[in-house]
Design a protein around this ligand. Structure first.
Ligand SMILES: Nc1nc2c(ncn2[C@@H]2O[C@H](COP(=O)(O)OP(=O)(O)O)[C@@H](O)[C@H]2O)c(=O)[nH]1
Ligand SMILES: [Mg+2]
Length: 267
């Protein structure tokens, strides 16, 4: 995790001051850190005594974390994002985490855009013993989400996790679909799932979805060597990261800790 950036930073922070700034800029850009965040980081260490400490503090200041706390019943969480970022897998991980905390979870198969999406979620739900509320392929996602919340209410379940569909790109049709689900079920928490390995693309998705979500889950951190998305996403949007996805198993969801990120970067 973050090995590429770690190696670069280890070398750069030891450079004499006159070489440090351009080399640091280059290293951060290569790692997929957003331009504006690169500028902030460079500004923060310009003129500092201890370059390593200044970089660490500036990184810590830019990254925001938040804890999931389930209050009220049912607590409704909606996961959104473009195709393949890890929404469905992350939903299963969240269900597993909440079950371990003794919560009763219901899933909503509101990705009705692809037939295979419902089957994939169903497989996870069967394995985890989570009731899945679904309709046929092509059904109105907002109606599926609504049914799931009603089901949770009737059974006294604690949490509803809503899986939604993605598209290849940020798309206005998708935005309207997600806004409709939000209007109909009023989730307490909406989280955008982004793929860490896509670097600055992930940050651009965060920017595009920012008004629709409360924060982020950054998946595939386990296979991300560059770290740019994780470093930039809160600094750019002002919204926190809740979790990192750190593998494909149900237990591979880690509460986001900026401190741990700087430790992993060797700072
Ligand atoms: N290594 C790794 N793979 C992940 C992680 N999260 C999801 N994936 C994989 O990413 C692929 C797409 O995930 P999926 O949940 O179907 O994405 P969706 O289209 O957003 O629902 C699958 O092969 C997942 O196993 C993660 O944290 N680490
Ligand atoms: Mg999916």
């Amino acid at each position: 995790m973050f090995n590429f950036l770690k190696k670069k930073l280890q070398r750069v922070v030891k450079l004499p001051r006159k070489d440090l700034i351009p080399e640091l800029e280059m290293a951060l850009l290569e790692a997929g850190v957003s331009l504006e965040v690169v500028d902030d980081l460079v500004e923060a260490i310009r003129g500092s005594e201890d370059q390593r400490a200044a970089l660490r503090d500036a990184l810590l200041k830019g990254m925001k974390s938040a804890r999931l706390s389930v209050e009220g019943r049912p607590y409704v969480i909606m996961l959104v994002g473009i195709n393949g970022t890890g929404k469905t897998t992350t939903l299963a991980k969240l269900a597993h985490l909440l079950q371990k905390q003794g919560k009763r979870v219901v899933a909503a198969g509101a990705d009705t855009f692809r037939a295979a999406a419902i089957e994939q979620l169903e497989e996870h739900c069967n394995r985890l013993g989570v009731p899945l509320i679904k309709q046929r392929y092509g059904a109105d996602p907002a109606a599926v989400a609504y049914d799931a919340v009603e089901h949770a209410r009737a059974r006294g379940a604690d949490v509803v996790l809503i899986d939604t569909s993605g598209r290849l790109h940020v798309d206005s049709g998708l935005m309207r679909e997600l806004e409709k689900i939000r209007r109909v079920v009023k989730p307490q928490l909406s989280l955008l799932v982004v793929d860490a390995t896509t670097g600055n693309d992930a940050v651009e998705q965060a920017r595009a979805f920012s008004s629709l979500v409360d924060g982020f889950i950054v998946s595939k951190a386990d296979v991300d060597e560059r770290g740019g998305a994780i470093i930039s996403i809160s600094a750019v949007t002002g919204k926190p990261v809740y979790f990192l996805g750190v593998g494909q198993g149900y237990g591979d969801l880690e509460e986001f800790s900026p401190r741990k990120v700087v430790e992993r970067l060797g700072l």
